[in-house]
Structures are given as structure tokens and as C-alpha cells.
Design a protein around this ligand. Structure first.
Ligand code: UT7
Length: 336
């Protein structure tokens, strides 16, 4: 059995900064509410005409990751792309990346596990590398949220939270046993599928029908719906469980954690987890303040930034954990 390591990381966020005050000009909200409830001060939004899309941002992050890994795009054996906001209903963004990177042909698959998407994608990539089927896998998480949010007061409990951006990791076979991804643990609980969902357009909620129904109020299927407090309660429980599950599987305990990088859902969720595990501020990396919740992109953006800021050193035990729509959740334990 082989082991997988992260050979290179990259991130890309659009230049356009949208502050809480900017949002308060479009809807009934304010900096105090957003900061107190979520920790977010600003986020990035694609600007119409800036050339960005979910796939394009993914490619920008991927190019940086490939360069840092010193691995040629022609040596990529598989692309795994995690997003809930693809450019097209189909095909997925993975094939767009293969084309934009000018890779001759390679397998490309999209993962649809929302906020847990990057952990799921990492796990998929890890299995292919472990078994020896592939050597180099490009994993991307990217989201264009601003293209599909309701920026009126009706949508304020969701639209102030989410931001755009992309992160990428080049995974490769590790030469050193004990270095790299030690484990991944994945879960889902579909009975709560609609508690955080976007119902359409889909084959159940097709465009002409939606228009004919002329939906109003909270029941507009083409905007995301989130039962915020219910999601919050489940998130803090599942984050804790899945981190413990990962640690135990590796014979580690909380004292072994050098860095926890939680999915950036809400600063209050990260702080709850931090206090529960009695971790110091230095042991938890948060950047939701600058980027909002970027769903499948949040962990690779935070991981890249933590690495760029010198917060991760060789031999460190890293814990990645996520929870989100599905519900889905997961963790990855990595020895850097
Ligand atoms: O990443 C995927 C997983 N997602 C999460 O983990 C998110 C989990 N949930 C949350 O982070 C929080 O539930 C939210 C940040 C979404 C909301 O915070 P909350 O403390 O649960 O607030 P709430 O939804 O209970 O709303 C409290 C009040 C309501 O007004 P009333 O009914 O008390 O008069 C809302 O209408 O705040 C109002 N409100 C706002 N006010 C100003 C909702 N959104 C806003 C807003 N600005 N943007």
C-alpha cells in the first residue's frame, strides 16, 4: 500500500472585495450583525466581465499548486473537482480544467458534497494513490456563490455568509512511510438533505415550471435555503465526532494536534470546536473574516494560506474537518 502526500498548494480569490457595509446598501443588514453572528468582515465576489468562473478560478489555483509541486500538468493522472456551483449543470468542472490546463486526456470527476467536498475529494484521490492506480492527482475546490445568491433582504441570512474563491492541492505518492495523509473519515445523513439545499433548477424543479409557479417568500427553489440554527447544532456535534474519530484511528489524541483547519462555516463554530478540544489560537487556522464561507474551497484556501504564512512545518500533525449540506461531514489527518 502506498501513502499520499500533498506536494503543492495553491489558492485564488477574485480581486473584488465586498465588505459588510457594501452588503448593507443592498439589503437590511449591518456589519455588527454579520460580525457578531459569523465573524465575517468581507468576502470576494466575481465581478461580471472579470473572466472568472468556478472552473477558471479552479485552474488559477491549480496552476500555482502544480508549480509549487514541481509536477507537470502532463503528469497528472486524475482531476477531482469539488463544487456546489459548477459552471454548467453538466458536464462538471473537472473536464473544463483538463481542457484549460491543456492536458491531453485524463480522467476527471466532480464531487458534489458541498462544504465537505474538499475532504471527500481528498479521500477519493487518496484511495487511488494508495492502491497504486494513480501517482499524481489534482484536487480542486472552487465556488462561485455570488452568481446565485439572493442579495435582497429576503436572502440575507444566507447571502451575507458566502464568498467566491478556489483552492487546489497536488497529491502524489509519498516516498516516506508515515508522511502524508494518515486517514480520512467520511459521513452523510441524507434525512436532513433539505435543511441546507438548493432545489432547482433541476429535473424536479424545471425552469418553465418554476416560472409558471411564480414562487414567493422563502420558497424560491433557485435560491439556497438554510435552516441556520439546526445546521449550526449539527455542525458542532459532527465536527467534534469526526475529529475524534480520525485521531483515534491513528492512535493520536488532542495533544498531538499541531494545526486544526476547520471548514470556514462560521467563526463561532470554529471557536466552539477550538474550546471543546482546548486548542490555542495558534493551533486553529481561521480566515473566514476575509473570505466568508467558500464551501468546497474553504479548506484548500485556508490550508494554502496557513502554509504560505509559515504556520505548517515538516512533521506537523494537521487535522482538516468539515460539515455541511447533505448533511455530509468528514475529517482528514495529515502528517506534513
Ligand atoms: O457551511 C455549511 C454549514 N453552514 C453552517 O454551518 C451555518 C450554520 N448556521 C449559522 O452559522 C447561523 O445560524 C447563521 C449565521 C446562519 C444565523 O445566525 P443565527 O444566530 O442562527 O441567527 P438567526 O437565523 O436565528 O436569526 C436571528 C435574527 C432573525 O431576526 P428575528 O427573527 O430574531 O427578528 C433574522 O431575521 O437575525 C435576523 N437576520 C439578520 N439580521 C441582519 C438574519 N440574517 C440577518 C442579516 N442581517 N444578514
Amino acid at each position: 500500500m502506498y501513502q499520499t502526500k500533498i506536494a503543492g498548494l495553491g489558492k485564488y480569490v477574485p480581486e473584488n472585495i465586498v465588505t459588510n457595509d457594501d452588503l448593507s446598501k443592498k439589503m437590511d443588514t449591518n456589519d455588527e450583525w454579520i460580525t457578531e453572528r459569523t465573524g465575517i468582515k468581507e468576502r470576494r465576489h466575481i465581478k461580471k466581465g472579470d473572466g472568472n468562473s468556478t472552473a477558471v478560478m479552479g485552474v488559477k489555483a491549480a496552476k500555482i499548486a502544480l508549480e509549487r509541486a514541481a509536477i507537470s500538468k502532463d503528469d497528472i493522472d486524475l482531476i477531482v473537482f469539488a463544487t456546489l456551483s459548477p459552471d454548467y449543470y453538466f458536464p462538471g468542472c473537472g473536464v473544463q480544467v483538463q481542457e484549460m490546463l491543456e492536458i491531453d486526456t485524463c480522467p476527471a470527476l466532480d464531487v458534489r458534497n458541498q462544504c465537505s467536498g474538499f475532504i471527500y475529494a481528498l479521500s477519493v484521490a487518496d484511495q487511488f494513490i494508495k492502491t497504486g492506480m494513480y501517482k499524481n492527482v489534482l484536487v480542486i475546490g472552487s465556488e462561485n456563490h455570488s452568481g446565485g445568491l439572493d442579495f435582497t433582504t429576503r436572502g440575507r441570512s444566507v447571502s451575507v455568509i458566502f464568498g467566491d474563491g478556489a483552492g487546489a492541492a497536488v497529491l502524489t505518492r509519498s516516498d516516506h512511510n508515515g508522511q502524508g495523509i494518515l486517514s480520512t473519515h467520511l459521513h452523510s445523513e441524507g434525512k436532513h438533505a433539505l435543511e441546507l439545499s438548493l432545489k432547482g433548477p433541476s429535473t424536479n424543479y424545471w425552469v418553465p415550471e418554476i416560472i409558471a409557479d411564480n414562487p414567493q417568500g422563502d420558497d424560491i427553489p433557485y435560491y439556497p435555503y438554510m435552516n441556520g440554527q439546526f445546521v449550526f447544532k449539527n455542525a458542532i456535534q459532527r465536527f467534534s465526532e469526526v475529529i475524534n474519530e480520525g485521531l483515534q484511528a491513528n492512535g493520536l489524541d488532542v495533544d498531538n494536534i499541531d494545526m486544526l483547519i476547520p471548514h470556514q462555516a462560521n467563526l463561532r463554530i470554529s471557536q466552539f470546536v477550538q474550546h471543546k478540544f482546548k486548542l490555542s489560537d495558534d493551533q486553529v487556522y481561521n480566515n473566514i473574516q476575509k473570505y466568508g464561507n467558500t464551501t468546497a474551497a474553504s479548506i484548500p484556501i485556508a490550508l494554502t494560506e496557513a502554509w504560505e504564512n509559515g504556520k505548517i512545518e515538516d512533521g506537523d500533525i494537521l487535522v482538516l474537518a468539515a460539515f455541511g449540506s447533505g448533511f455530509t461531514w468528514g475529517s482528514a489527518i495529515i502528517r506534513w
